[in-house]
Design a protein around this ligand. Sequence first.
Ligand SMILES: Cc1cc2nc3c(=O)[nH]c(=O)nc-3n(C[C@H](O)[C@H](O)[C@H](O)COP(=O)(O)OP(=O)(O)OC[C@H]3O[C@@H](n4cnc5c(N)ncnc54)[C@H](O)[C@@H]3O)c2cc1C
Length: 375
Amino acid sequence: MADAERVLIVGGGIAGLTLAAALHQQDLVVELVERNPTWHAVGAGFLIQANGMRVLHALGLGAAIEHAGAIVRRWDFCDEQGEVLCETDLEALWSDAGPCVGIERTKLQQVLRSGVAAVPCRLGTSITSLAQDNQRVSVIFSDSSAGEYDLVVGADGIFSAVRRLALSATSPTDLGAMNWRSIAPIRPGGLTTLQFLLGDGCFFGLCPVGEQRTYGFGYIMQPRSRDPLEGRLERLRNRFASFGGPVREYLASLERDDQVHCSAIEWVEVDEWYTGRVVLIGDAAHASSPLMGQGGCMAMEDACVLGETLRSAATVDGALSDYVSRRKPRTRWVQSQSIAAAESLRMSPSIRDAVLRERGDQMMQSRFGPLIPAP
Ligand SMILES: Cc1cc2nc3c(=O)[nH]c(=O)nc-3n(C[C@H](O)[C@H](O)[C@H](O)COP(=O)(O)OP(=O)(O)OC[C@H]3O[C@@H](n4cnc5c(N)ncnc54)[C@H](O)[C@@H]3O)c2cc1C
């Protein structure tokens, strides 16, 4: 066991909450600080693929997730009108790694929080400075309080303050794409599978989540722009007006602009993930384009592997070095494949559709195959 008994986790997103649950189960003394003053999950819905579910089941949270979400057994790539180009059987792909589950982000957060009920979490708190020697890290918080820890984990997302304070001035890179996410209270066309309807330089995805609801996400390759709240839903309907199948029914069932969350797509690549007793996990270390739907699952895997290496290594340095060497190849794979998938949206639709008809399922098997073995 590494000499890290007292751990500070900065950030209460997927990475931070999963790690807090894992370390608490290992009897470490864990504290978590979250910048938001209330628990607030941004971004509508989420697909937890089997490799993420494998982590959550190991933490005893898998059954609650399956109960709160919807098991997704297949995903289909379709043309703009909803005609299927290729389909992938997710149960066969992931074998016994676990099911894939569509879930609303608020429900995912509730389940993750249930796993950290005994961990002190300070909301509305950030960090303002970090200093370390060989033995510990001294932290000053935004409320002027201070603390000393054996290990500080930056789970504070793509714009990580921990990364900036301790490791690197690297800024996220803009991918040149925007997305619009929402939850509708229906299952358009009796949707049971995850569907991607592909247009010219854009797609619309639909994923079943719990309680007969659906997560919808529109994605367009376009420069970053501001989409004001007023009139956002009408503009979204217009942007995808040429789409058939279930997209029109989905968009018609939304009622308000504030149901639609809009953001630009960014990613970040950082060379060094740790220094001394400070380490990064999740998006802080390797935010990715969402085209593989793996960023959150990678964050969960990071948490699981860091827990394991802290348990098995003799020193903090050994644990962090093992963590990085186990995680980097896998997260780099996801980043490179996600960028390749995003670039394929620039292809002419007729060529892309022909390629997907001919070998779409095979391409998915090669893209996800390396993630099937446990990390
Ligand atoms: C459009 C889109 C769709 C996606 N879909 C999926 C999907 O279906 N499946 C999937 O696996 N992944 C998906 N992802 C990726 C996934 O959302 C991220 O990879 C995941 O949320 C990363 O979790 P995280 O905890 O590392 O970071 P975050 O979710 O960003 O959480 C960081 C937390 O830290 C807090 N914080 C920030 N700064 C500070 C600070 N200074 N002090 C204290 N707290 C701080 C934030 O408030 C936040 O709560 C998607 C991403 C996008 C953009």
